[in-house]
Design a protein around this ligand. Structure first.
Ligand code: SAH
Length: 255
């Protein structure tokens, strides 16, 4: 059995209870060494075999999983944040399906939520945006034409940009081709939830100079949108004149 587990954004206590239990029980652990907090591995059994996938190809990862399975062992594949976001798990689960090896997936706290927490922000503010776009700039991995940053920027929605802290000039230029202006609030969140976390609030117009000044080129998320500052409307759900299944509006009979 192979368990894919989201390790969370960095802080070792942000893995889920389920993920930690599976990690503690594992015979073999393959962790994404570039971003998973090594402190998480302190929970592993002393006889656990630990591999850093930063040094491995997909084929080598699959070989380790297949060998463990053949020996009746349990493998944990530990991915940063949540495995479903830029986690490259599909190519692994498809291969496991072909090999007849069963697996489970345990979600994790994505860094996008670690970053929002660091900012004390809410992505979905009434009157500002009710949509969150998770995306990246094209780099060595291309992005489909219809999803170019400038096109997504046309919506002016709340946006979280992964894997792009090293291309801030390009990001800034693309965003300004859309609905954002140089004054649109933005933030660069470096290593959210790690002890070395840094939060740099800026605007779309100052993204590149902020990254340069703070010397941030990787392990950062770029958050963009009016949700980071300014006005918004109160929620309807908690408004006195709004009735719900559980609460009558002011002046109405209780449900
Ligand atoms: N599956 C991960 C994302 C992996 S892609 C998740 O759900 O978070 C790697 C990118 O994620 C990095 O380039 C960076 O943009 C972002 N990232 C990962 N951990 C981060 C953190 N603690 N703080 C800020 N950005 C982070």
């Amino acid at each position: 059995m192979v368990h894919f587990i989201g390790a969370g954004p960095g802080a070792a206590d942000l893995i889920t209870v389920r993920g930690r239990k599976l990690l503690r029980e594992a015979d073999v652990v393959i962790y994404a060494g570039s971003l998973v907090n090594p402190a998480l591995l302190e929970d592993c059994r002393p006889d656990c075999e630990i591999h850093n996938s930063a040094f491995l190809t997909l084929e080598e990862v699959l070989r380790l999983m297949a060998d463990a399975e053949a020996a009746g062992k349990t493998t944990v594949r530990l991915h940063t944040g949540d495995p479903s976001v830029y986690g490259a798990i599909r190519e692994q689960t498809d291969a496991l399906d072909r090999m007849g090896i069963p697996y489970t997936v345990t979600p994790g706290v994505s860094s996008v939520f670690g970053a929002a927490a660091a900012l004390g922000a809410e992505f979905t503010l009434p009157g500002v945006s009710q949509t969150v776009i998770l995306t990246r700039m094209a780099g060595r991995t291309p992005v489909p034409e219809a999803e170019q940053l400038s096109k997504l920027a046309a919506h002016g929605a709340s946006m979280a940009i992964f894997l792009s802290a090293g291309m801030l000039d390009g990001v800034q230029a693309e965003l300004l081709k859309g609905a954002y202006t140089p004054d649109t609030p933005a933030a660069i969140v470096y290593k959210a939830t790690w002890p070395e976390e840094r939060v740099c609030r800026c605007t779309v117009g100052t993204l590149a100079e902020t990254g340069q000044r703070e010397n941030i080129t990787k392990t950062a998320l770029l958050l963009i949108g009016g949700f980071l500052a300014g006005d918004y409307e109160r929620s309807r759900l908690y408004a006195p004149d709004f009735s719900t299944e559980f609460r009558a509006a002011a002046g109405e009979e209780q449900p």
